[in-house]
Design a protein around this ligand. Structure first.
Ligand code: PGA
Length: 250
């Protein structure tokens, strides 16, 4: 039986003070018998503080990106080894904002995914279609192409140590959530695609939904058989909302 996961993606938001208030609110509000995995994706500079604040809680910390390189003359980059060194356990890879705003290709994402795994970080690998791709009926082809880049580079077995996030780009930060049926259809497609290569991996991998998930729509989404939680942007910036999502997920 797969466990649900609620993962926050704070994006480029916060200050030392607001991050402290947010993470303390999350940690103190989680019940001791929290059953879903809880992850927060902090901006690089706040990761050490968030790791310290979550040390005696169930909350795990993610970065929002990582270099595909291991070390060396790559000014401005942050390596997987550094992230691991400061206490990160997860890293969001291939978020649509990295792909669309920073030109990250499927192959770039696959390289970052491999760098993360080389250093013991669990990738939260994001895939999803643009509005025009949904409208022209290529949602499944786009998700398959994005997944295939990772499977070809790292192998199907690598997904034993990864999380997939299906995030329809048209639903991210727009308030336009996919309907539970729309999301479930793509999640089932992803799981079936993986099952053609390895049924045990397909059964085990957590597939999160992302895109305007909030306390009002979470229950119907995670009630779907192939939706194992959420990757949450906006609603993760408010401790009360984030805790409500964690509670709904178990
Ligand atoms: P949103 O963002 O919840 O604000 O739509 C989700 C994401 O970008 O991961």
């Amino acid at each position: 039986m797969r466990q649900n996961m609620i993962a926050g993606n704070w994006k480029m938001n916060g200050t030392s003070d607001s991050v402290k208030t947010l993470i303390e609110g999350v940690v103190s509000g989680l019940s001791a018998d929290q059953k879903c995995d809880v992850v927060v994706g902090a901006p690089y500079v706040y990761i050490p503080a968030v790791v310290a604040a979550t040390a005696s809680s169930v909350v795990k910390v993610a970065a929002q990106d990582v270099s595909e390189q291991d070390k060396g003359a790559f000014t401005g980059e942050v390596s997987a080894e550094m992230l691991k060194d400061v206490g990160c356990e997860y890293v969001i890879i291939g978020h649509s904002e990295r792909r669309s705003l920073y030109g990250e290709t499927d192959q770039d994402s696959a390289q970052k995914y491999m760098a993360a795994q080389r250093h013991g970080l669990t990738p939260i690998f994001c895939i999803g279609e643009l509005l025009e791709e949904r409208e022209n009926g290529t949602t499944e082809a786009v998700c398959a192409r994005q997944l295939d880049a990772v499977i070809e580079a790292a192998g199907i077995a690598s997904l034993a140590n990864a999380v997939i996030a299906y995030e329809p780009v048209w639903a991210i930060g727009t308030g336009k959530v996919a309907s539970p049926a729309q999301a479930q259809e793509v999640h089932a497609f992803i799981r079936n695609k993986l099952a053609q290569l390895d049924t045990a991996i397909a059964e085990k991998v957590q597939i999160l939904y992302g895109g305007s998930m909030n306390p009002g729509n979470v229950a119907d989404l995670i009630a779907q058989p192939d939706i194992d939680g959420g990757l949450i942007g906006g609603a993760s910036l408010n401790a009360e909302d984030f805790l409500a999502l964690c509670q709904a997920a178990g």
